[in-house]
Design a protein around this ligand. Structure first.
Ligand SMILES: [Ca+2]
Length: 295
C-alpha cells in the first residue's frame, strides 16, 4: 500500500485582523490528556482512528486519518500532517513537508518519565517557590494528565530529543492548526470565537482555565476543539514552544496557541506568534513534539 500523499496547494486567506508580533512575555498554555497506551498495538503499525479513506486509489490514501504508535513508547500518539504550502500573514510562502505531530500536549507524566531516566531536568514545581504557585503542574497532585508547564525552551527540546522527536517549527505548527488548506482562523474552524466548548481559556464567565484556574487535562475539549487532523488543544490549555527563533530577539523563541490564562481571541488565532525568552518559565507555556514522517 502506497503512502504517498497528494501535494496540496496552500491557501493564503487569513482573517483581516490586526496582526502584530509582540516582544512580550505572553505565554501560551496547554492542557493534558492521558497518552494512548501502545501496549496492545503492533509495533510500527498504522492504526486507523477514523477509518480507511481512499481518494481514488491506494496511492492517495489520506494519512491524516492515521496515527503511528511506537511500541513501548510513553510519548504521545502522533498524527500525520500532510505536506503543502501556505502564505503567512506577511505573505511569505512556506513549504511544509509531511510530518508527524503529537496529538496532545506533552503531559506531566510523560515528562516525568524523562526526568526519572535522567534525560530531562525537573522544572519548578508547585512547592518550589515561597509563593507556592499552584499553577506549576510538575509534582502537583492529580496533574499527571495535565500538560507539563514551567518548562523553558531547552527543557522542551531535551524532552523531544529524548522521545526521538523534535519541536515543530512555528510554520509546521500553524500549518497543522489552520487545518492545512482549509486556512482556518482557529484549530476548530473560523467559528465560533474562542470559548470553553472548544478551548481551555480564561473565559469571562467561567474564569481562568474554564473555571479550574489552571490547565485542564489534555484533550478535554476533544473533539469540538480539535484541528481537522484531530490534533487536540493546539489553541488553548498551554501555549506551545516551537523550534523557531524570534526575528526580533535572538535569544527568544516563538510560542504559539494561547493558554488557559488568556481571554483575548487573538491569542487563539493560529497565525498569532508570541516571542518568549528561551530561558523563560511560565505556567501558561508547554509544548508538543513533531518529527519527520519518514526515517
Ligand atoms: Ca495548546
Amino acid at each position: 500500500m502506497g503512502l504517498s500523499q497528494t501535494l496540496t496547494e496552500g491557501s493564503s486567506s487569513l482573517a483581516a485582523t490586526v496582526w502584530y508580533r509582540s516582544v512580550m512575555n505572553d505565554m501560551l498554555p496547554a492542557r493534558g490528556k492521558r497518552f494512548y497506551g501502545a501496549s496492545n498495538i503492533r509495533a510500527g503499525a498504522w492504526v486507523a482512528s477514523v477509518g480507511f479513506v481512499f481518494a481514488g486509489c491506494p496511492d492517495q490514501l489520506d494519512l491524516s486519518e492515521y496515527e503511528r504508535i511506537d511500541p513501548g513508547s510513553t510519548a504521545a500518539m502522533q498524527v500525520v500532517i500532510a505536506a503543502g504550502r501556505f502564505a503567512d500573514i506577511d505573505d511569505v510562502t512556506h513549504e511544509i513537508a509531511e510530518f508527524l505531530l503529537d496529538r496532545t500536549e506533552v503531559t506531566v507524566e510523560q515528562y516525568e518519565a524523562c526526568v526519572d531516566l535522567g534525560s530531562c531536568s525537573a522544572p519548578p514545581s508547585a512547592f518550589m517557590y515561597s509563593d507556592m504557585n499552584p499553577n506549576f503542574n510538575y509534582g502537583a497532585p492529580n496533574r499527571e494528565l495535565h500538560p507539563i508547564n514551567g518548562v523553558d525552551w531547552f527543557d522542551a527540546e531535551a524532552y523531544c530529543n529524548w522521545a526521538e522527536r523534535r519541536l515543530p517549527t512555528e510554520w509546521e505548527w500553524e500549518w497543522a492548526a489552520r487545518g492545512r488548506n482549509e486556512g482556518n482562523t482557529y484549530p476548530w474552524g473560523d467559528t465560533p470565537e474562542p470559548n470553553c466548548n472548544v478551548a481551555v481559556m480564561d473565559d469571562l464567565v467561567m474564569g481562568a482555565g474554564c473555571g479550574l484556574n489552571a490547565t485542564n487535562p489534555v484533550g478535554s475539549k476533544s473533539p469540538l476543539g480539535d484541528s481537522p487532523d484531530g490534533v487536540q488543544d493546539l489553541s488553548g490549555n498551554v501555549a506551545e514552544w516551537t523550534s523557531s527563533a524570534s526575528i526580533y530577539v535572538p535569544t527568544s523563541r516563538i510560542v504559539r496557541g494561547g493558554s488557559w490564562g488568556y481571554n483575548s481571541a487573538i491569542y487563539f488565532n493560529v497565525a498569532f506568534p508570541s516571542d518568549y525568552d528561551s530561558m523563560g518559565r511560565d505556567d501558561n507555556t508547554g509544548f508538543r513534539c513533531a518529527r519527520a514522517s519518514s526515517p
